[in-house]
Write a protein that binds this ligand. Structure first.
Ligand SMILES: Nc1nc2c(ncn2[C@@H]2O[C@H](COP(=O)(O)OP(=O)(O)OP(=O)(O)O)[C@@H](O)[C@H]2O)c(=O)[nH]1
Ligand SMILES: [Mg+2]
Length: 453
């Protein structure tokens, strides 16, 4: 597939590990200062977790280094702070630097390399490496390659125009540069993008086919998409609700990269397909998550969206904002969120007494659960059941049927009977829940009986 490898300059050191100094540039004032929800120490903590999440990286030291105004200028830090950072790198014996911004410009990367003389990574590099590390399917790999294209384009343009004097590997585009050198850059990338999109379409089709093949009611089943920040417990929840053995929750960021579908029966008798999908993360170039369009396509059309929050994380409120922003960017309208979303607070078993005051503001409409202990599951299932009925325009229909009626056999066969009927002489009374298309099917099939009645 000629897979591109922007972020894995590190793969050259397969036998060793990068010792990384993680620096969070905290904007002191000006338009670039962080929202009050995002405290610098938590952002630094998250960056360290991202680095340590990769098997070939270890954060050996980390610190917050103030920046005036914003992080977009070519020189992020003034001379004094830079000197402190250089000293810190030496003491920590760090072999790489991670600057906790969404993406560094090629000029910034070049300048920092000139000063530190070690590879310079940003969040984009780390997250992309993570995606590559954990991708298990063609679908995920192709989406990652697609997500890289704008990044590669920007960098190779900068190199080709001779505005920069770096070597391609300093900008993490060594392999792509070699492939493209001498050719028409735009044309080669356009062709690559076209090929990737074609392959992705095919891979998505295959994946959907495979996953819906086994379930009896797949076309009629309600689709319930579970979304949330990375590591909030999405996989754990889907496992709890559907009993899927194949799901393996992990204390790891981006453990799940592909969407998997798992069938369960709701109390109404309806089949529901729960989808477990990629987690979101803050401060990423939006196209990185949006590139998972094929993976996330089902969220837009889902009957119900469960937004899972990890309320044991002091930053859950900021995480929620990022999830909502990402949902918007993949085309989920605000009305859809208001109508179809269930907000669920997970990990209530954990001690949150040291929480920031915001957590007490957790609105009363959210449902509190623990995937670990099972607390709150019954209530959640009840709410899902109700929401699905509304979303799929289900109605409860009362049928009075002769005990010999062929309708009874059909109801059982199609699994509409959830509550056993009440008997009334020769008649049986069934309460069944059906959506519009099922009612249509039912009417068509038994039209002749109706006429007789
Ligand atoms: N204490 C506690 N831990 C939980 C709970 N739910 C999930 N976890 C743990 O949180 C970690 C992440 O769980 P996952 O289910 O993998 O989370 P995820 O949202 O699917 O994560 P990604 O796929 O990486 O985005 C695992 O170590 C789980 O065991 C809970 O209710 N309580
Ligand atoms: Mg997961």
């Amino acid at each position: 597939m000629g897979r591109a490898d922007v972020a894995t300059t590190s793969s050259k050191f397969a036998n060793g590990q990068w010792s990384v100094l993680v620096v969070h540039p905290k904007v002191r004032w000006g338009s670039g200062s962080a929202s009050v929800l995002k405290q610098a120490d938590r952002q630094l903590e998250e960056a360290v977790a991202l680095v340590n999440n990769l098997p070939n990286m270890i954060a050996v030291d980390s610190l917050i280094m103030p920046v005036d105004y914003n992080t977009k200028r070519k020189s992020i830090w003034a001379a004094g702070n830079l000197e402190k950072l250089v000293a810190r790198r030496e003491t920590a014996r760090a072999t790489a630097l991670m600057v906790n911004v969404d993406v560094l410009s090629p000029a910034q990367q070049e300048e920092l390399f000139g000063i530190f003389e070690v590879p310079i990574f940003d969040r984009y590099n780390i997250v992309l490496s993570t995606f590559k590390e954990f991708a298990r399917t063609d679908e995920a790999r192709l989406q990652i390659s697609l997500a890289e294209i704008p990044y590669i384009k920007h960098r190779i343009h900068a190199l080709a125009s001779k505005r920069l004097h770096s070597r391609p590997e300093i900008l993490h585009v060594e392999q792509q540069y070699a492939e493209i050198e001498g050719g028409d850059l735009n044309e080669i990338l356009r062709k690559r993008e076209q090929d990737l999109r074609r392959d992705l379409k095919e891979a998505t089709r295959r994946a959907t086919e495979q996953q819906s093949g086994g379930s009896k009611h797949s076309s009629d089943a309600a689709v319930i998409a579970v979304v949330g920040y990375t590591n909030t417990g999405k996989t754990s929840l889907v496992k709890r609700l559907t009993g899927a053995e194949s799901l393996k929750p992990k204390d790891q960021l981006f453990a799940t990269l592909d969407t998997t579908r798992h069938v369960a029966k709701l109390p109404s008798g309806r089949s529901a397909v729960f989808t477990d999908t990629i987690g979101f993360l803050s401060d990423l170039p939006i196209h990185l998550i949006a590139a998972f369009e094929a993976t996330l396509a089902h969220v837009k059309s889902a009957d119900v969206i469960i937004h899972l929050r990890d309320v044991s994380n002091p930053d859950w409120k900021a995480q929620e904002e990022d999830v909502v922003a990402t949902l918007k960017s993949i085309g989920v309208a605000r009305e859809v969120m208001a109508e179809r979303m269930i907000t669920v607070d997970n990990k209530i078993d954990k001690d949150t007494s040291v929480d920031s005051p915001e957590s007490s503001l957790s609105e009363s409409s959210s449902i509190r659960i623990s995937c670990k202990t099972g607390d709150g599951m019954a209530e959640l299932i009840g709410v899902i059941n109700e929401k699905v009925s509304i979303a799929t325009k289900c109605k409860t229909i009362r049928l009075r049927l002769d005990v010999r009626s062929p309708v009874i056999e059909w109801l059982y066969h199609n699994e509409f009977v959830v509550v056993e009927p009440i008997s009334d002489g020769n008649m049986l009374i069934f309460d069944v829940v059906m959506n519009e298309s099922e009612i249509g099917r039912f009417r068509k099939k038994f039209a002749h009986l109706k006429r007789k009645n």
